[in-house]
Design a protein around this ligand. Structure first.
Ligand SMILES: [Zn+2]
Length: 261
């Protein structure tokens, strides 16, 4: 095979599906090539050299060959397999959700280094954090910014006055906050609590270290989840598959893992 058909990239496996007898098709997210789909041939055979390296959420260095339809993974060496995010169902589900979100929001072949970097950090945080949901909320708000959907949280979307911490509304349709006067006349806007508003601004500021130290009361947790979910679904115009599963976990008390010391 001519060397010009080969290229190296770091990649994270966002999605995988079995194909044929022993192959696997994967969706990769890369630092410089954006999202791409590739095939790992023979990877499900016990003696495959790729075995264990082309798994969900693994961050690796890959050598790929250009293929007619799909590029072919010829070598893969793990950089980080994020073992801790596989240790409990809640963390694993959040990782699925994050991967699905990035997949849904991006087109093939569009470079977005900030999104890649955020993904790597988010997988680490979901695995390590005392409260992995904060890592997921941080990912959502930051990703929206990196993709051009940064919610406006400083001035009212409609009348442009600088908003204070109290009496605000959030409008997914408008893409940000509305002041009290404007919010009250918009039936689709939802009221924001002071803490909800402050936490959204903190998540947007990029200061994860401070955000993760906030102890989220259940009501605030639900509020933040509802605001980001509503906005994301408004943009994507559909519901994400992994959300149903996350909700089922919450309904069955799996939120408890969020309190790892
Ligand atoms: Zn206003």
């Amino acid at each position: 095979m001519p060397a010009s058909h080969l290229y190296r990239t770091e990649a994270i496996v966002l999605k995988r599906s079995d194909f044929g007898e022993a192959d696997r098709i994967v969706t990769l997210y890369t630092p410089r090539l954006g999202k791409l789909r590739a095939i790992a041939k023979g990877v499900r055979r016990p003696k495959s050299r790729l075995g264990g390296h082309v798994e969900l959420f693994i961050h690796s260095k890959m050598l790929l060959a250009k293929g007619r339809h799909l590029d072919i993974i010829t070598q893969s060496e793990n950089i980080n397999s994020f073992t801790r995010l596989r240790e409990d169902l809640r963390r694993t589900s959040l990782a699925y959700y994050v991967g699905e979100l990035l997949d849904q929001f991006t087109e093939d072949g569009v470079e977005n280094y900030l999104a890649f970097d955020l993904l790597v950090k988010t997988f680490e945080r979901i695995g390590e954090s005392r409260d992995p949901e904060v890592a997921a909320r941080f990912f959502e708000v930051q990703l929206l910014g990196h993709l051009g959907y940064r919610p406006q949280l400083h001035t009212c979307i409609r009348c442009n006055i600088t908003v204070g911490p109290t009496g605000n509304f959030f409008s997914a349709a408008a893409g940000g906050v509305l002041c009290l006067d404007c919010g009250q006349t918009d039936p689709r806007a939802r009221g924001l609590t002071v803490n909800g508003f402050k936490m959204l601004r903190l998540l947007q500021s990029g200061d994860y270290a401070t955000a993760v130290r906030v102890r989220l009361e259940p009501a605030l947790r639900r509020e933040l989840q509802a605001v980001t979910r509503n906005y994301i679904e408004f943009i994507l115009e559909r519901q994400l598959k992994s959300i149903g599963f996350l909700d089922a976990l919450s309904a069955n008390g799996f939120d408890a893992v969020a309190s790892r010391p």
